[in-house]
Ligand binder design. Structure first.
Ligand code: SAH
Ligand code: SF4
Length: 364
């Protein structure tokens, strides 16, 4: 019977050491293979010239290095590039490459769809399909670096694509270990951001597992509103979530902060009273706030906050001493902005939100 080949793309250093041991090879084969795959982009064992021919043949028989397939790429006028990726199971996911002045950020997916149903999120509206494997998560970074040969390497990763990373923790951790490993992508902890809607028990366990930057999708500063727009809040209310954030920081080196993400939705969470509540609940937490004007998508009745309200909200937080930035909305024209990722090429919703459309400036 034909035995299925094992896909080594998502194997962490430790798993590769075990794999090579299982075929009576020394552990130093692990870093050798990692460099071929993740630093040189080589996935054909036959081209791995520091392995003997016998080993190359053996690896070709029992294993493979198989990234997911890019189905389509869309480029927005300002340079953001969205990739539609087809998984083996037929599910579609998306990743977005975002060029900025000094960095090239990749926004990656951790699940196909999402079960958490936040009311402002296109992925949530789509529902949950399945968890991604480590190969499918790190495969996105591999594709971003090696699919377009002319593109510079990715410098920053944000887990802000499709899915809730803390509900798929093991593959996410395996892929983070490759992102950070010196024989793979060698990215520092500051260059990797895990964004979560607030899975409190996982945040509490996280400090023992990783030291990457943490972003919390807060979006509301009282439980009544948060229960409504981020329904996981009913299970893990604000008080518990903020305690978990403090816990995470306690275990980190000094000067560490958490990013609080706050979408601004017209008439829902964008008044000065909401801003006051936000200041109140964030007291005592070392954090910076990232305000994200809501990105509209088909089938969602919310509107982006009025420009004047966005600035009032931001100025109030700054006056109260909170470090606050406003995220430029990028990739809007290709539905590649936050929360517009739905794993299919949707019609552009440009113009839908014209009433409140604004040219945001980068305040970072
Ligand atoms: N599930 C994780 C990570 C993916 S969502 C989380 O919720 O944090 C990544 C970010 O995009 C989150 O901050 C999320 O709240 C935000 N987002 C979702 N839908 C959005 C929309 N329509 N407009 C702007 N931001 C959105
Ligand atoms: Fe899931 Fe995050 Fe979207 Fe909420 S915002 S539905 S947690 S992907």
């Amino acid at each position: 019977m034909h035995k299925e080949k094992v896909n080594l793309l998502g194997f962490s250093h430790e798993s590769l050491v075990d794999f090579f041991q299982s075929i009576d090879q020394p552990s130093f084969r692990a870093p050798q293979l990692m460099k071929w795959i993740h630093q040189r982009g080589v996935i054909d064992f036959m081209q791995m010239t520091d392995f003997s021919l016998a080993l190359r043949n053996q690896l070709s028989e029992i294993a493979e290095v198989k990234p997911p397939l890019v189905d389509e790429c869309l480029l927005s006028p300002e340079g953001t590039k969205k990739y539609l990726i087809k998984l083996d199971s037929g599910s579609m996911i998306e990743m977005v490459k975002i060029p900025e002045k000094k960095r090239l950020t990749l926004c990656i997916s951790s699940q196909a769809g999402c079960a958490l149903q936040c009311t402002f999120c296109a992925t949530g509206a789509q529902g949950f399909e399945r968890n991604l494997s480590a190969a499918e998560i790190i495969g996105q970074l591999w594709l971003a670096n090696f699919h377009d040969e002319s593109s510079p390497p990715i410098s920053n990763i944000v887990f802000m694509g499709m899915g809730e990373p803390l509900l798929n923790i093991e593959p996410v951790m395996a892929s983070i270990s490759l992102m950070q490993h010196q024989n793979a992508y060698g990215l520092s902890k500051r260059r990797i951001t895990l964004s979560t809607s607030g899975i409190v028990p996982e945040i509490n366990k996280l400090a023992n597992k990783t030291d990457v930057s943490l972003a919390i999708s807060l979006h509301a500063a009282n439980n009544i509103l948060r229960d409504e727009i981020v329904p996981i809040n009913k299970k893990y209310p604000l008080e518990e979530l903020l305690d978990a954030c403090k816990n995470y920081l306690r275990n980190q080196s000094k000067r560490k902060t958490i990013t609080i993400e706050y979408i601004l939705i017209d008439g829902v969470n964008d008044s000065l009273n909401h801003a006051k509540d936000l200041v109140k609940i964030l007291k005592g937490l070392s954090c910076k706030i990232n305000l994200i004007p809501f990105n509209p998508f088909d089938g969602c009745h919310y509107l982006r906050s009025q420009e004047s309200n966005i600035y009032k909200f931001k100025d109030f937080l700054i006056k109260k001493g909170l470090i606050t930035t406003l995220r430029i909305t990028r990739g809007d024209a290709i539905d590649g902005a936050c929360g517009q990722l739905v794993g299919k090429l949707t019609k552009s919703v440009k113009g839908k939100n014209k009433k409140n459309s604004i040219n945001l400036i980068n305040t970072r």
